[in-house]
Design a protein. Structure first.
Length: 150
């Protein structure tokens, strides 16, 4: 049976692969739209429309690259490793919730439990970075104690 970190990573990989496929479809569809746009008699209007479409393609491409980077980050985690400090790949239990440090995507529900998937660069990730079990940190004026780290 998979441990909770493996289950979380499986779900994160599924989410990122779904995002990647979605952005690839959006990029291809938008490129097709750009390439088939007929040049109207109003040349400037046509060029403005093509520029807007290209901006959309660039935006989708940035989001695609982020999803690919996030996927690589998740795939590189060693979920069998036990952590003593709050760092990348740690599962941290506090009285305020359970946090998995990897990529920042928010709350996931797995086996009827909520897990907060955060980045070390996030404000709460930065607050707990490098701490160990029984250490305390403050986030948004609330004091938290680390009950366990896996």
């Amino acid at each position: 049976m998979k441990n909770i970190k493996e289950l979380i990573c499986d779900k994160l990989i599924f989410i990122q692969k779904k995002k990647i496929k979605s952005f690839e479809l959006l990029i291809n569809s938008t490129k097709e739209s750009r390439n088939t746009a007929n040049k109207s008699s109003a040349g400037d209007k046509h060029e403005t429309s093509r520029a807007k479409i290209q901006t959309e393609i660039d935006n989708y491409s940035r989001q695609l690259n982020l999803a690919l980077k996030n996927l690589r980050t998740i795939e590189q985690l060693d979920n069998s490793k036990k952590h003593n400090l709050a760092t990348h790949g740690s599962l941290i239990t506090t009285e305020g919730g359970v946090f998995f440090i990897s990529i920042g995507i928010g709350k996931l529900e797995i086996r009827s439990n909520n897990y907060f998937i955060i980045s070390l660069l996030s404000p709460i990730g930065s607050a707990m970075k490098g701490l160990s079990k029984n250490e305390k940190f403050t986030f948004r004026g609330i004091k938290y104690s680390i009950k366990n780290i896996e």
